[in-house]
Design a protein around this ligand. Structure first.
Ligand SMILES: NC(=O)c1ccc[n+]([C@@H]2O[C@H](COP(=O)([O-])OP(=O)(O)OC[C@H]3O[C@@H](n4cnc5c(N)ncnc54)[C@H](OP(=O)(O)O)[C@@H]3O)[C@@H](O)[C@H]2O)c1
Length: 229
């Protein structure tokens, strides 16, 4: 079977997505940032159709090398992200801007710019990205995170329009809070019950990259669980 490129596989959401896509028979070319994450995924998914690469997705040369070394690419599942600087705009730090726009806006641009020409040439393919509710409904806190995730969402919708004449689809999933191990530390059962299960996001991704979703592109999927829109 053709392969999917996947980022963020070592994060809180990633393993559920990797396990679900492997179950559908996909080969996965995985980009993680830290050497430790390479080892973690290797032991977690040993013997699976998984090729793990150490890639800094904020570096164009590294993204290009990874994409070009991957074979039979059918699509991209872009989960990588990060949170930093919970501050209001008036207190936000320049370094937080660089980090967040580097990781969400610049990296998404690099990934889409490297992958789209390959998929357009093939005349098929699927891209799924993950933004965040705050990108659509920003509050006064975490303004830079919200804006950088909004850039990710907009780039995905632009990719959908570029890909549309070539049967290349792109969709964006928008969770509020995910039940990741990091979030669950110290949270109450009542809070956790309202959050989105990684398995549910994995299920939607498996659908979106499949042929069953062949008419779906340029769509935003809010997955807020029990939290308000
Ligand atoms: N968690 C939530 O409640 C929540 C809510 C809304 C939206 N989201 C979005 O959902 C996605 C997944 O969230 P998560 O909680 O799973 O994130 P996470 O646990 O923080 O994981 C981050 C992932 O991104 C990778 N990464 C970070 N910097 C990178 C770089 N420069 N190059 C390559 N990979 C890099 C990390 O790789 P290493 O392990 O190698 O560092 C890791 O796999 C993110 O896009 C996030 O913004 C999350």
């Amino acid at each position: 079977m053709a392969s999917l490129l996947i980022t963020g596989a070592s994060g809180g959401l990633g393993p559920a997505v990797v396990a679900r896509l492997l179950r559908d028979g996909w080969s996965l070319s995985v980009a993680v940032h830290n050497a430790h994450s390479v080892e973690k995924l290797q032991s977690q998914f040993s013997g699976s159709a998984l090729q793990i690469h150490q890639v800094d997705i904020t570096r164009r040369d590294q993204v290009r090398r990874w994409v070009q070394s991957s074979h039979e690419i059918y699509g991209l599942v872009h989960l990588a992200g990060g949170f930093r600087g919970a501050s209001q705009l008036s207190d936000a730090q320049e370094a937080d801007f660089e980090f967040l726009f580097g990781l969400h806006a610049r990296a998404t641009y690099y990934l889409l710019a490297e992958v789209l020409p390959i998929l357009k040439q093939k005349g098929e393919g699927a891209i799924v990205t993950i933004s965040a509710r705050t990108a659509i409904r920003p509050g006064k806190e975490a303004a830079l995170y919200a804006a950088s995730k909004a850039a990710e969402l907009t780039l995905t919708l632009a990719a959908a329009e570029e890909g549309r004449p070539f049967q290349v689809r792109a969709n964006c999933i928008v969770p509020a809070v995910i039940r990741t191990p990091a979030n669950m530390q110290g949270a109450s059962e009542k809070e956790i019950a309202k959050w989105t299960d990684p398995q549910d996001i994995a299920e939607l991704i498996a659908f979106l990259v499949s042929d069953r979703a062949k008419s779906i592109t340029g769509t935003i999927f809010p997955m807020y669980g029990g939290l308000s829109a």
